[in-house]
Design a protein around this ligand. Structure first.
Ligand SMILES: [Zn+2]
Length: 418
């Protein structure tokens, strides 16, 4: 079926650039983009249309690192450093997802909040529970989102009430993969929580499984100094944190590593050489006072970088807030470097929060013919002074000011989901 979206169209076709079509049209055929037009061609005139008038149509967001079972503790425990925060709040909150009824209720609400904020593609951690992970995947898929979900693997250095034996972990992972076969757009991703949480035996088994079944991998890397020292203690043979994943075949093309705050030149080079993507989580890194990730440096060295809300280390689920925080953190990094490092511009950070994630999923950046539509409609009419601003100015202001109530429509994988 043909459908036409009308409005002001803006997107980032490349890092740092912004393309603008003043009162343009996006034509869809069965949810896939047929073309972008300034004037609607005659042959599409009879198509049904969603006319958004003077609103802004931009790509929807990709949240590439977040912990779904931490949604109930959003905004809590922010005075604690990483390892204390995990033990005081996080493991307790995640352990509640042993109850499928609780999981259903929370995940249903959580998925709605993702859509309200304009997120349509995700890479997320679930808890270690197979059934709750299935419920999360089902809620995401039914709501029209796309991406990866991982049942967390953790068989050591975890509290008794929230841990698996190595055998349990392997068995449950296989059961989860089997049950995930029923999903189309939400696919499994292997998820060793982080090196301290997984025995060598489990890491090696996960690495073999990743290879055997060609599964992607996500985890955490070099987030915090205490964590790095602990990893070094556990793996004295590894010079750097990344080697603890590489050793077991988990460091490969498409692997997502959250944070990379303290990844030095050698670790960054290993990311680039192997095609490992860094997920920058600015809000979380500031909340837990982990540090300032060298984002500009990673980008200039050719390391792929995407953004994550990392709730609940991050306290913002809305990716527009995450994009703002990414810009602010890059400015703190600039100040800290004696004004020698460039900050990220609005267009650059927007690219990281939309196009860079889309590229991870195999799409080309922006609204490209042949691709399924992932878009949000931002209505900035409630803000003062709209008439005298250029579309680029309105876009920049929208990134800073728009909240879910200004997101009037969301399209995920070609379908309108809000
Ligand atoms: Zn995380």
């Amino acid at each position: 079926m043909l459908r036409v979206l009308k409005g002001n169209i803006l997107f980032a076709p490349a890092f740092g650039s912004l393309e603008v079509i003043d009162h343009g049209c996006i034509v869809l055929q069965d949810g896939k983009i047929t073309g972008l037009f300034k004037e609607l061609p005659e042959r599409f005139q009879s198509a049904e249309s969603d006319d958004f008038g003077d609103a802004l149509i931009v790509p929807s967001f990709c949240d590439m690192h977040l912990h779904a079972p931490q949604y109930p503790m959003l905004g809590m425990g922010m005075d604690l450093p990483l390892l204390d925060w995990l033990n005081t709040y996080t493991f307790k909150t995640e352990s509640r997802f042993a109850d499928p009824e609780y999981a259903r209720k929370i995940y249903h609400e959580f998925v709605q909040k993702l859509i309200d904020g304009g997120t349509t593609r995700v890479c997320m951690f679930s808890s270690l529970h197979t059934d709750a992970t299935g419920i999360l995947m089902e809620e995401l898929e039914q709501a029209g989102l796309c991406g990866y979900v991982g049942k967390v693997s953790m068989d050591r250095n975890s509290p008794d009430y929230y841990s698996e034996t190595t055998e349990e972990s392997k068995r449950e992972t296989l059961r989860w993969l089997k049950e995930s076969e029923r999903f189309q757009n939400i696919r499994p991703i292997l998820t060793p929580r982080f090196t301290p949480s997984c025995s060598d035996d489990l890491m090696a088994w996960l690495g073999d499984l990743a290879k055997e079944r060609n599964l992607p991998v996500q985890s955490h890397l070099s987030e915090n100094r205490g964590e790095i020292a602990w990893v070094k203690e556990l793996h004295p043979d590894c010079e750097r944190y990344w080697e603890t994943y590489h050793k077991y075949g988990l460091w490969k093309n498409g692997t997502l590593m959250a944070h990379c705050v303290y990844s030095d030149e050698t670790e960054r080079k290993a990311m680039r050489d192997y095609g490992v993507t860094a997920v920058h989580c600015a809000d979380s890194n500031i909340n837990i006072a982990s540090g300032l990730a060298p984002v500009r440096q990673m980008l200039s060295e050719g390391v792929p970088v995407v953004l994550g809300s990392d709730i609940a280390g991050g306290a913002q689920l809305n990716m527009l807030d995450v994009i703002q925080m990414t810009i602010r953190m890059s400015k703190i990094k600039r100040i800290e470097s004696g004004w020698t490092t460039d900050f990220l511009t609005v267009a650059e950070a927007f690219y990281l929060g939309t196009s860079a994630g889309a590229e991870y999923f195999g799409d080309r950046p922006g609204f490209v013919p042949g691709q399924s539509l992932h878009a949000v409609v931002l209505d900035d009419s409630a803000f003062t002074e709209t008439k005298n601003l250029t579309l680029k100015e309105r876009f920049e202001r929208a990134v800073y000011l728009c909240k879910p109530q200004q997101i009037k429509a969301v399209y995920g994988n070609g379908k309108r989901i809000k």
